[in-house]
Design a protein around this ligand. Sequence first.
Ligand SMILES: [Zn+2]
Length: 370
Amino acid sequence: MKWSLKLGTIGGTEVRVHVTFALLLIWIWVMHYRIGGPTAAYEGVAFIICVFLCVVLHEFGHIAAARHFGIQTPDITLLPIGGIARLERNPTRPLEELVIAIAGPFVNVVIAGLIVMVLGSALGWEKLLAPQDPRVDFLARLAGVNIFLVVFNMIPAFPMDGGRVLRAVLAWHLPWASATSIAARIGQSIALAMGVFGVFFNPLLILIAIFVYFAAETEAQGSDLQAISDDTSIRDVMITEFATLGLQARVGEAVELLLATSQSEFPVVDEAGRFEGLMTREGIVRAMKERGAGASVSDVMRRDIPALDEKSPIDMSLKLMQKAQASAIPIVDSSERVVGLINYETIGELMMLHYADESFKPRGRHHHAH
Ligand SMILES: [Zn+2]
């Protein structure tokens, strides 16, 4: 996700913080300072760390549930409204999605429940509703934050967990793509209502509404790509006519290829045609400027780009490109030879064709069966 900072890695999952989360923390700190002075401000920092931990634990609830179904989580991003866990693949059955979605809020229910048990009758409802006020008991406010996290995340709109619960329930009777599209529309209607409500009561809600609206859009598009991917493999849509560079090639040759073709990414391959690295247009231009035409391509190519098997689903290629921050990835056959390329243009064209004709499918897998 854009605008996020990496904090560290826990159990194979990268923990990232979105800048808007930092803004929320600053807001709590400022409110503490204004109401209670510097002492309260420091207590505010302690409170912020606890809130932060509750959000992380919420995400690890999702991660544990996903792992139970054999799905790893490469990273989580913490946002003011909770967090977003990016699963390595989407759950395929409604029950899986339902359990994974509920596991996060369930953690906050447990935390709030434990605090309520500890505080007992000392706890008043009004205390739960003022997380920014240092005069209210620390634990009571923490319970309030956890209850807020549960209520907010169960709003049936993407990217909140409630949106996923809604889709899982719809997907019990509908195809996955239709369930996502209906859930996304419901989420967008809620976002619009939230925005209107925000105009009158709380400007912060308008920001959240805008965020929710676009998240629903992204989710719907992602599921469209998944619908296209369902019975087609990369082999059916990849670019099959492309130029490659040998390991001995010089940057000058890469420049010539760049000018002579309409390609902007060139796989670098060994004698057997196996993938060694990728030269992108930006990489070629930079190498030309910094190292000159005589430099070896193998010294300046990107080696951190993964190759994808030709039998993988199409949406996997988009995920890999985003993860590697690459404009293209090479597709290889079973003996690791580069047989194709996928870039953002390929994905974009697939989406356009899908929108032009909902029933559009690239040449399906059945052509290749047997
Ligand atoms: Zn969640």
